[in-house]
Design a protein. Structure first.
Length: 85
């Protein structure tokens, strides 16, 4: 059975949970949830099928997940949550 989720952690962004499934509208997606300790941010990337979302999740490694998390935080009103900024 393939993983439906991956969890990563970094001092500057906190925990990053990446899941394959469906977004709020019921469309296939991978979702990045970032828990900074001061709040939770979420972004979903849509795909044509659950199989495509699963393939994308399989390609996500720590560097990619943390890069997305840093991007989400830095382009949000919560950019001050990144340590060292």
């Amino acid at each position: 059975m393939k993983d439906f989720a991956k969890l990563f952690r970094a001092d500057d962004v906190g925990q990053v949970l990446v899941t394959a499934g469906k977004d709020d509208e019921g469309d296939p997606a991978i979702t990045f949830e970032v828990d900074t300790g001061g709040g939770r941010l979420s972004v979903s990337l849509g795909y044509h099928s659950i199989d495509d979302a699963q393939k994308a999740l399989d390609l996500i490694d720590e560097e990619a997940a943390l890069g997305v998390a840093r991007g989400v935080i830095s382009h949000s009103p919560f950019s001050s949550l990144i340590k060292g900024e």
